[in-house]
Design a protein around this ligand. Structure first.
Ligand SMILES: C[S@@+](CC[C@H](N)C(=O)[O-])C[C@H]1O[C@@H](n2cnc3c(N)ncnc32)[C@H](O)[C@@H]1O
Length: 244
């Protein structure tokens, strides 16, 4: 309950009506980018109270959608929240380095504002797990802060400020990583890496979102920075279609 209300205050109200714009944006980006995907199982890792999990079920009504987190109180609240919204989501307590799925069994592994909470070995373990559980052709998509090397010095420092002064110890280490290398180290092919920037899905028209999210990623002070003109950043990879 505190998180549900506090996030809206912390983020100056830019996250959408139900704190769910990131979920809507990522789910609809996925729908537009991989129109043949037809996912049967979508997993949101580090889902907290499921506010960005719910939109995946709304974008892909025939898919089973799971929200995973280490914290059971968040999952209990998230379950009640999703039920109250009339959206069926399965919530499970699980760690990102031991995803409770068989090899090649998941269509989409999603995370949102999650990787920067982890020490680097855990991020790598999560990517290994994502690659393991994804079906060939499945997609790993992470909404995150953009890496340091695409921003100017001031904007890069601005995003790392919390690392030094607001108890976010892993922000900078994460943003200094090579995101393509994170993917290839886990087994994804370099050619299957993607990154994208996009406006908020629930704030713009379908046509504007489709055009912007389909273009090459562009980076400026609005990328991932709380403002009325914020743009989301996402990166990940599609698992090679070849059987592994
Ligand atoms: C910043 S919140 C994620 C926010 C949410 N996904 C969103 O879209 O706003 C980070 C979450 O990661 C969870 N978490 C931290 N370490 C984890 C791990 N190793 N495995 C699974 N969940 C973890 C925390 O309990 C917390 O709910």
């Amino acid at each position: 309950m505190v998180y549900d209300n506090g996030l809206d205050v912390f983020s100056f109200g830019v996250m959408g009506e139900n704190l769910d714009d990131i979920g809507h944006s990522m789910a609809n980006f996925t729908r537009l980018r991989w129109p043949d995907l037809d996912p049967q199982l979508i997993v949101d890792v580090g889902c907290t109270i499921g506010h960005n999990t719910v939109p995946w079920k709304q974008a892909f009504p025939s898919a089973e959608v799971h929200g995973l987190d280490a914290a059971s109180p968040c999952l209990q609240y998230g379950h009640a929240r999703a039920e109250a919204m009339g959206v069926p989501i399965q919530f499970k307590q699980a760690l990102c380095d031991a995803l409770p799925y068989d090899d090649n069994s998941v269509d989409v592994v999603f995370s949102s504002m999650f990787l920067h909470e982890l020490p680097t070995p855990q991020i790598k373990a999560f990517f290994d797990e994502a690659h393991r559980v994804l079906k060939p052709g499945g997609v790993l998509i992470n909404m995150e802060l953009p890496p340091n090397d695409v921003l100017g010095a001031y904007d890069a420092f601005y995003l790392d400020w919390d690392c030094f002064y607001n108890n976010e110890p892993f922000y900078k280490d994460f943003r200094d990583l090579s995101y393509p290398k994170l993917c290839t180290d886990a087994g994804f092919l370099a050619a299957d890496f993607f990154q994208a920037t996009m406006p908020r899905y629930t704030y713009v028209s379908e046509a504007e979102f489709t055009e912007a999210s389909g273009a090459d990623a562009t980076f400026d002070a609005d990328t991932g920075r709380l403002s009325d003109t914020i743009t989301w950043y996402a990166f990940g990879a599609q698992k090679s279609g070849a059987a592994t």
